[in-house]
Design a protein around this ligand. Structure first.
Ligand SMILES: NC(=O)c1ccc[n+]([C@@H]2O[C@H](COP(=O)([O-])OP(=O)(O)OC[C@H]3O[C@@H](n4cnc5c(N)ncnc54)[C@H](OP(=O)(O)O)[C@@H]3O)[C@@H](O)[C@H]2O)c1
Length: 351
């Protein structure tokens, strides 16, 4: 793998890499970074003509180095066309549901799990050298058997039965998809690493609010429900993009990596925002930290030891996000659309 630039080592050839779900929040920042480093990017989107993907074509370097491919992760042929000629693949495409999931198989499990398997098989068939699969700390945190006083590291996996019982289907999907990827790496010659970012925030490149921003908008506007005072792990989206590229470029990267540099309680988060922007309602939080929260500290040491240095301070990430909302007028009330906390975060309000 190239160390530090979008060219094949020892040659003048540019590297081609594919990013799945390229129009999404995190993937858009990754595409921007890859283009700035001289990679030629095959970007998959489900609908290239959808205006929500138009921002990709406006990224610096896109006119020379970006090709859009129409691909659904459940369609093998479309994936094969997108990865053909690529040395590397970043797999970001996955539904991140806002609402309560009613049909787990169709809404999340199939696209997350079969979708991951499909892209890995397409990579094997097309001699791709390395794949970076984006998992999530959703596949780490939800383990009631992990000792509360021991920070969670890469050995901690969310417990599938526990998540199923709580109908946390996104968590179930991320665990099975990530395990599928790591098992695939064990069984084949394909070099695969997985990364578990925590809640990513910071400015958006595409004008569509994803679930992590729905969370922060709810906190800022102040929804109807009192939130428990639980810890939240946060990472800046630009630091996630750096981590993804580092994992791709570093020869020595192997296995699973947690990417969760900061944590803050809900109450402290509200206070931090209030200090900088006193003009919003903000959500009401319990005063005392919830002693039973399943969310306990995470360690990102493995990623840091590989050379990842998150650049953004927590305050900067929050304020850059709010500044984006203000410019995009996302903090105004919309008639008939009450501000809701995405169902994904129901553990923050259910007592
Ligand atoms: N944001 C976070 O805080 C966070 C934290 C940890 C991990 N992650 C992971 O990071 C990845 C990106 O998340 P994000 O927050 O950037 O979400 P996002 O903005 O909602 O992007 C998700 C992308 O997946 C695509 N997608 C969904 N189903 C697909 C399918 N069947 N075939 C092809 N593409 C499909 C979506 O395409 P359309 O635009 O066509 O719908 C979209 O581009 C996901 O794997 C997520 O689990 C996110």
């Amino acid at each position: 793998m190239a160390e530090g630039a979008g060219s094949v080592p020892g040659s003048r050839h540019r590297q081609n890499v594919c990013v799945t779900g390229a129009g999404g929040y995190i993937a858009s920042w990754l595409v921007k970074l890859l283009l700035s480093r001289g990679y030629a990017v095959h970007a998959t989107v489900r609908d290239p003509s959808d205006p929500k993907n138009a921002h990709l074509g406006r990224l610096e370097g896109a006119s020379e180095n970006l090709r859009l491919f129409k691909a659904d992760v459940l369609d093998q042929d479309s994936l094969a066309a997108a990865v053909a000629g690529c040395q590397g693949v970043f797999h970001a495409a996955c539904p991140v549901p806002t609402d309560k999931v009613l049909d787990p198989e169709a809404e999340v499990l199939a696209p997350a799990v079969q979708g991951t398997l499909n892209i890995l098989q397409a990579c094997s068939a097309n001699n791709v050298q390395k794949v970076v699969v984006i998992s999530s700390t959703a596949a780490v945190h939800f383990n009631p058997n992990w000792p509360r006083d021991r920070p969670k590291d890469e050995n901690c996996w969310s417990d599938i039965s526990f998540c199923e019982k709580n109908e946390d289907w996104y968590m179930v999907a991320k665990v099975i998809a990530e395990k599928t990827a790591l098992e695939y790496a064990d069984k084949t010659a394909l070099n695969i690493v997985t990364v578990c970012p925590t809640m990513a925030l910071g400015p958006l490149l595409r004008p569509v609010v994803n679930v992590s921003h729905e969370f922060l908008i709810y906190i800022t506007k102040g929804g109807p429900t009192v939130m428990k005072n639980i810890p939240w792990h946060i990472v800046d989206v630009r630091d996630v993009a750096d981590a993804l590229l580092l994992l791709y470029e570093k020869e020595g990267s192997i296995g699973r990596y947690i990417c969760a540099p900061h944590h803050i309680s809900a109450k402290d988060l509200v206070n931090l925002l209030k200090k900088a922007r006193p003009n919003y309602n903000y959500v009401n939080c319990d005063n005392d930290l919830d002693p039973n929260s399943i969310v306990t500290p995470l360690m990102s040491e493995k990623l840091k030891n590989l050379g990842w240095k998150p650049k953004k301070k927590l305050e900067e990430t929050f304020l850059d996000s709010v500044e984006y909302y203000e410019k995009a007028r996302l903090l105004q009330d919309i008639e008939g659309r009450p501000c809701r906390l995405p169902h994904l975060f129901h553990m923050a309000i259910e007592k």
